[in-house]
Design a protein around this ligand. Sequence first.
Ligand code: SAM
Length: 482
Amino acid sequence: MTTYNPKSRIAEEFIHDGEIQETLRYAEENKRNIPLIDAILEKARPKKTETGCTCEGLTHREASVLLACDIPEKIEEMYRIAEEIKLAFYGNRIVLFAPLYLSNYCVNGCLYCPYHAKNKHITRKKLTQEEVRQEVIALQDMGHKRLAIEAGEDPVNNPIEYILECIQTIYSVNHKNGAIRRVNVNIAATTVENYRKLKEAGIGTYILFQETYHKESYEQLHPTGPKHDYAYHTEAMDRAMDGGIDDVGLGVLFGLERYKYEFAGLIMHAEHLEAVHGVGPHTISVPRVKRADDIDPDMFDNSISDDIFAKIIACIRLAVPYTGMIISTRESESVRKQALRLGISQISGGSRTSVGGYTEEERPHDSEQFDVSDQRTLDEVVQWLMEGGDIPSFCTACYREGRTGDRFMSLCKSGQILNCCHPNALMTLSEYLVDYATDRTKEIGFRLIEQELQRIPNEKVRNIATEHIEDIKHSNRRDFRF
Ligand code: SAM
């Protein structure tokens, strides 16, 4: 018998099935307990401090009660608070990134993924360094500054040396005014030694989706290959942090298991990282299973509606207010619109999910990882964000200034975001507008920047940011940051 212990380093003790079952029972019993729900909502609400604002977050039990609650007015209240938290800590800035698929060779047997080893009709591809360079040039020409690299698990075709070489190539390409300034990495669970190598290579966030926290389902969904090992996979973030990576990104692949179980597991995982390493996850992603070659999402019985999806996002926002939230082009424009309001702080744009997809004229389907719902170009996404009052940001300053892990969290809590992240967002948006945008996007963008500059409280910072933006407009000087 295992006991629940958030401080344990053993997967089955910090993601404890008994504790999750008990949480689900407690949530079900209390889902209409209005005094309790009101108290939890009150706890989640941002509180004013002398320097700005603070938020307590929620425990996995409290957050699970909210997720179970089906009272429409209380759900509306959750959404209002989620929006308040989002605005307090992330403002109206939305960070943009793109995935870059390096290789779809894979030795695992994941039942939901088209890259599974038994899929014989998918075209297997692995980029050469020259192809990586060409993909990066194409991404820079779109205006991207931040990538998430993706690869299957294959120790022969995609060993860590290959991933490291690709990272080096990506950072070395400077096409015109372009540069990739932050490379996040989404590769299979690995050793402390390899995480250390990734850290030394200058990665931003290490992202690994748990897929499901339910051990039995996990083992069934990953019948073969190294990914079958639930403990090795679930303990990966601890090894990453031991290897010096302090920005890690969690995620669940919604649709595989019951969402309430996954939600409790996800929040427990965040609590575990905080308890052991003193810092919670940098980001949480919320992918849903999509149709893909050899994959029919209807094979899994736990698909969730758009309404439940929105509720999950809002409840994550309330539970872990300082964690960034990511949504990909798996989701449509309309789903993304609501998600932005409820707490999402990063989105991908102009994505291609196939190996070598950015250098192909037509969207290729033969090596795609999943169908992309949002097929708009980056420029269209940028324009759409601005028309909705959001500021598209290409900022990568924090990690390059060493503000990772708890230092990033301190910035979040200090109330200095408007004097730091806000000008950085405006300066990087200016770079995008000058170097890559269409005329219409440029017009909307510079109008927005003029208004938004006025929101920088510190006069000195405001003046410096204004000067830098003039520099960007009239010279090739780039990469200013606070
Ligand atoms: N191979 C690495 C691993 O196993 O963690 C990471 C890269 S994998 C290319 C990235 C993620 O895509 C997976 O973790 C999974 O959650 C997601 N994914 C796989 N198949 C999917 C599908 N059919 N629909 C949506 N997302 C999918």
